[in-house]
Design a protein around this ligand. Structure first.
Ligand SMILES: [Zn+2]
Length: 345
């Protein structure tokens, strides 16, 4: 049985971007409430610490970090037109990165096999010098950089199943091979980047795998893409650690994603991920919460993932009833990447 940790802290709820803003504290509150209602056996709750300036500076510019700090104790300011800050936002943002690093330390030390950082604000859109898409610091980007510099990791796989393209992570590791960024997303949504041809550059060429999907896809279509594209990438790249930008805005009730997936899809996706992980020799697994804007649907999705990780539900895997759209997308991804050697064949 896997030892699974979660990172949680009530201070993540103190980032208040406004009552009508989609990235509202009630998202995380719904997840924490669900966990309190039905605790999972074998799940360890871990408290985060704020990250250090040194860790943040591995990714973000000093002037941008200062800009975030200057929002402290101001009742309301904007870091980007879609990303406001309230008085305690800076602390939540430091804790979001710190939570991911705490999770990383736990899994690398072997205290946990997997850790899910249930944090906010999210991170995958954050750029080195700016906020955007509700993200302030690039939580997983900093964790990956920390894993490289602190733990001397050379093969880090970041899987991004949020329905938006994680342009921040994409750009951060665009020119290097130590991080392979794999993302599925609807390219018609913010930030409108991440086409098939965006494969990385220089030493990083081939180490960015962007797979734009269609909002017409059903559960089995999405799983088919992961089985046919992600699994071969995992097997060939043999990551020393797998990180997941775990957004759940592909859920059918999500007001921003407008896709068709159900919560069950996310446990099946997790089962598939665990299968791939096993084929790569069971590297440690760090998940960090990204999007998901219908609070109760989000909580159900997170529950599904945790139940799969802790072994409470098993056997939910791919059933092979994919559509022509899914087959087309897989073909396009394989054709684009064949020459870079991340494939098994
Ligand atoms: Zn998203």
């Amino acid at each position: 049985m896997m030892k699974v940790g979660i990172i949680r802290d009530s201070r993540y709820l103190d980032h208040k971007p406004g009552n009508t803003h989609p990235e509202h504290p009630r998202r995380l509150k719904a997840i924490y409430d669900a966990l309190d209602r039905s605790p999972h056996q074998g799940l360890v709750t871990l408290a985060p610490e704020p990250t250090t300036l040194e860790a943040l500076e591995m990714v973000h510019t000093t002037s941008y970090i200062d800009k975030v700090l200057k929002t402290a104790d101001q009742s309301f300011t904007n870091l980007a037109p879609d990303t406001p800050a309230s008085a305690m936002t800076y602390l939540a943002a430091w804790l979001a990165v710190g939570g991911c690093i705490k999770g990383l330390d736990e899994i690398i030390s072997g205290k946990c096999d997997a850790c899910f950082a249930l944090v906010r604000p999210p991170g995958h859109h954050a750029r080195i010098d700016g906020a955007g898409g509700f993200c302030i610091f690039n939580n997983l980007g900093v964790a990956a950089e920390y894993a490289i510099r602190h733990y001397h990791m050379e093969r880090i796989l970041i899987i991004d199943w949020d329905i938006h393209h994680g342009n921040g992570i994409n750009d951060l590791f665009h020119e290097q091979e130590k991080v392979l960024y794999f993302s599925t997303h609807d390219i018609l949504l913010y930030p409108y980047t991440g086409n098939f041809e965006d494969v990385g550059k220089n030493a990083g060429e081939g180490y960015t795998v962007n797979v734009p999907i269609s909002r017409e896809m059903e559960n089995d279509d999405f799983l088919y893409v992961y089985e046919r594209v992600m699994i071969p990438v995992i097997v060939r790249y043999r990551p020393q650690i797998i990180m997941v930008a775990a957004g759940f805005d592909g859920h059918r009730e999500d007001p921003l994603g407008k896709c068709r997936f159900t919560e069950e899809m996310y446990s099946r996706l997790t089962a598939l991920l665990l299968k791939g992980r096993e084929m790569a020799g069971n590297p440690p697994l760090l998940l960090a919460l990204e999007g998901g804007y219908q609070p109760s649907a989000l909580a159900r999705c997170v529950e599904e993932v945790l139940q799969c990780l802790t072994g409470e539900i098993t056997g939910r895997e791919i059933s092979h009833s994919e559509s022509a759209i899914a087959r087309e997308i897989v073909q396009k991804a394989r054709d684009t990447h064949k020459k870079f050697g991340v494939w098994v064949e």
